[in-house]
Structures are given as structure tokens and as C-alpha cells.
Design a protein around this ligand. Structure first.
Ligand SMILES: NC(=O)c1ccc[n+]([C@@H]2O[C@H](COP(=O)([O-])OP(=O)(O)OC[C@H]3O[C@@H](n4cnc5c(N)ncnc54)[C@H](O)[C@@H]3O)[C@@H](O)[C@H]2O)c1
Length: 378
């Protein structure tokens, strides 16, 4: 049972993870190499409480008790009684190596070590420790105080007991844990970025209006927001890094027709730079035919990648669905959505596209599922 947690790195994610852990009743030690970041992290945790008090969702006393459960520290001696250490330092492997080695040296031998990495290898980090079976990924989503999903990542040597403890920890914070076998991009980013890349690529080919394409995506399926508005929200510099890493790992199916780079090289990074695919706010638009065609690629891309993940045993169908609902706000997950839409029609659409776009050929498991349901002969 995890009761005492250390969070290393008090930035955007670390301060939120500390807040969520303290709100779950755990005793938290927060460390950062920068004292100013520590102070900002505590102030941020207090702000979350203050907002909730204002909205009538908790009392002033409860908010104060949560912040009081977070203690800042600068000395690794403060790690000696922790059950779990979570690192949330910058996404640079050399920095992760240092911090993981520190945790390994300072935590009790039976404690777990978790990384909040968005995509670096848990197995590589674990290999630097004397307890690789006790190292896992706990991938919280931003903002962690609000987003329900935690991807619990299993590295090559992560033990079953560690995975179970990681899931139990996430549940104790009121989160929805989803078990993911390690792969580049993990689960949600892999499916989401594939869908977005397919949509960008198609729009680049046809010159479809972006606002109409976004409207068509929202109209046609479970996503709450279209890929262009979402890219602007995430930040196109971040999108660019994540997409090119995924292309490096999986190949050309993550190509986006150069759409992201065109924006980034013009200094258009999305909302944070005042504009990206759209000027500030996306214009109002209704779905049109070209937009619907982009939306079709978006959902077929998501489905194609989701079934690849299932085939590779990265996660099971129910967990894929839960992850897309809890991590991306989809109304239904891709598997449930595909069943509702009709598997055989989707397989036919993928078959038809696979002549010019072999990457979109229907995954064997989707074909088999359609066959089992009697929707498609053989
Ligand atoms: N920002 C997101 O949307 C998001 C979402 C999910 C996961 N993540 C992942 O979370 C991790 C942290 O990202 P972030 O956005 O919170 O970064 P951030 O830059 O906001 O915070 C990182 C913090 O780590 C501190 N730090 C740096 N080196 C350190 C060291 N050696 N020891 C202790 N503290 C150190 C920094 O001072 C900083 O306060 C990354 O791995 C990132 O990929 C980020």
C-alpha cells in the first residue's frame, strides 16, 4: 500500500501530481533542483484548492489540509521513508538517468520508482537501477489534477506486483489507470497523433478547409474537438517533436504531409504564439464534403492504430476505449465506436483505401472481428 510519495520536479506536471497525491490523502515530499520552482509548485497546488473552494467543491480547511500534506525538501535523506518516487523532470534522457539513479540510491530497497515520461523508454531507465522490476511508468495527463487517465506503463522487466501497485496507487487518487505495455508513444498519444497526422495529410492533399474538417470530425464521431484546433491547443512545436519521434519509430504512417512543419517554421506554434492552423480562435464552420472526407481519414487512422496496438498486445480493447475516453475526452472509445458504426462497412472503407494508401489496410483483428459478428463472410 502506497502512503508516502516523493515527487521529483515541481514544474507543470510535478506540482499537479503532488497536489493530486496529497488530495488522495498521501504524505508527499516535493523536490526540485530550483528552489523557485518548488515555491511555484506549492503555490500552484494552493491555487487548485482555492479554485475548488470558490466553486464550492471543497472547504477552506480541506484545501489547506491538502497543501499541508506536501512538504518541500532539498535533501535526498528525505526520500528514505518513501514507498514511491515519481520523477517529473524535463523530457531529456540524460536528466532522467541522473534522477532515477538518485531515487534508486535514496529510496528504501522495496520502494517503487515511477517516471512520468511522455514517451522515453522505461526499460532503459530501469536498467540503470538495482531494482528494474520495481520501475514503471505512471503517465499522468495535463492537467493531472483534472484528467482522469493514468497510463501505467510496463517496461520489459516491470513485475506484475509493481504494475498492480501502480494501478492501485492511481485508483487511490480517483484516477482511471490503464495498463500499457511499453511502446513508442505509449497508447493514447500513439492513437491520437496517428489520427491527427492522417487528417493533416489528407487536408494537404485535397486542400480541404480546416475549420470545415474540424466540424466534420466532431459531427461524425466521438472526438470532442477537431485535429486542427487540437494541434493549436497542444502547441505545434510539441506536436512536431512527438510526431517525428513516432514517424522515426513506426515509419511513414505518421507522416502529416508537412503540415505541422509549415506552421512551425513560420513561427506559428498555435494558441501560445497567437496563431497556428487558425488565427487565435478557430472560425465557426459547418462540415462540407471535403471536410467529411478528412474526418473519415481521421477516424480510420485512429481505428487502424488502435487495432495495431491491440494486435501488438500493448493494451486490450476495453482499455484502449477507456484510455481514449479518459485521456482525450472521446465520448466512446474507438472499438465501441467501430462496432456501433458497423465493422464490415469500416473494413470495406479501409480495403478501398489500401490500394493507394497501404498503411490504411484493415488490421487482421478488425477483419476477424467483423467476420465473427457475421458482418463479413470469412
Ligand atoms: N507538460 C505536459 O503536458 C506533460 C504531459 C504528460 C507528461 N509530461 C512529462 O512530464 C515530465 C515533466 O514535464 P513538465 O512539463 O512538468 O516539465 P517542466 O519543465 O514544467 O518541469 C520540470 C521541473 O524539473 C525540475 N528539474 C530539472 N532537473 C531536475 C533535477 N535534476 N532534479 C530535480 N528537479 C529537476 C525543473 O526545475 C522543473 O521545475 C516530462 O517527462 C514530460 O514529458 C508532460
Amino acid at each position: 500500500m502506497i502512503k508516502k510519495v516523493a515527487v521529483l520536479g515541481a514544474g507543470v506536471m510535478g506540482s499537479e501530481i503532488a497536489q493530486v497525491s496529497a488530495a488522495g490523502g498521501l504524505d508527499v515530499v516535493l523536490l526540485d533542483s530550483d528552489p523557485a520552482a518548488l515555491a511555484r509548485g506549492i503555490a500552484h497546488a494552493a491555487e487548485i484548492g482555492a479554485r475548488r473552494v470558490k466553486r464550492g467543491r471543497m472547504t477552506q480547511e480541506e484545501a489547506e489540509a491538502i497543501v499541508a500534506r506536501i512538504r518541500t525538501a532539498s535533501d535526498d535523506a528525505d526520500l528514505a521513508d518513501r514507498d514511491l518516487g515519481i520523477e517529473a523532470v524535463p523530457e531529456i534522457m540524460a536528466v532522467k538517468h541522473d534522477v532515477i539513479a538518485r531515487l534508486d540510491a535514496a529510496l528504501p530497497a522495496e520502494a517503487l520508482i515511477a517516471s512520468n515520461t511522455s514517451g522515453l523508454s522505461i526499460s532503459e531507465m530501469a536498467a540503470r537501477t538495482a531494482r528494474p522490476h520495481r520501475v514503471l511508468g505512471l503517465h499522468f495527463f495535463n492537467p493531472a489534477s483534472v484528467m482522469k487517465l493514468v497510463e501505467v506503463i510496463q517496461g520489459e522487466r516491470t513485475s506484475e506486483a509493481t504494475m498492480a501497485a501502480g494501478e492501485e496507487f492511481a485508483r487511490s487518487l480517483g484516477k482511471a489507470p490503464v495498463r500499457v505495455r511499453e511502446c513508442p508513444g505509449f497508447l493514447v498519444n500513439r492513437i491520437l497523433v496517428r489520427a491527427m497526422a492522417e487528417a493533416y495529410r489528407r487536408a494537404a492533399e485535397t486542400g480541404a478547409d480546416r475549420a470545415a474538417a474540424d466540424a466534420a470530425v466532431v459531427d461524425a464521431g466521438p472526438a470532442p474537438m477537431g485535429p486542427f484546433a487540437l494541434g493549436d491547443l497542444i502547441g505545434l512545436d510539441t506536436m512536431s517533436r512527438v510526431r517525428s519521434d513516432l514517424e522515426g519509430a513506426y515509419g511513414e504512417r505518421f507522416e502529416d504531409g508537412g503540415e505541422i512543419e509549415t506552421q512551425v517554421s513560420a513561427g506559428r506554434l498555435g494558441r501560445k504564439s497567437g496563431g497556428g492552423f487558425f488565427e487565435r480562435q478557430a472560425p465557426e464552420a459547418a462540415p462540407d464534403d471535403a471536410g467529411r472526407d478528412v474526418a473519415e481519414r481521421y477516424y480510420l487512422g485512429a481505428l487502424n492504430e488502435a487495432y495495431r496496438c491491440i494486435e501488438e498486445r500493448i493494451a486490450g480493447p476495453d482499455d484502449v476505449d477507456l484510455a481514449m475516453r479518459a485521456g482525450c475526452g472521446w465520448e466512446t472509445g474507438p472499438c465501441a465506436w467501430s462496432e456501433a458504426r458497423g465493422l464490415s462497412a469500416l473494413v470495406e472503407s479501409m480495403d478501398a483505401l489500401s490500394g493507394t494508401a497501404p498503411r490504411l489496410a484493415p488490421p487482421a483483428m478488425l477483419v476477424e472481428r467483423a467476420g465473427r459478428r457475421g458482418e463479413r463472410p470469412g
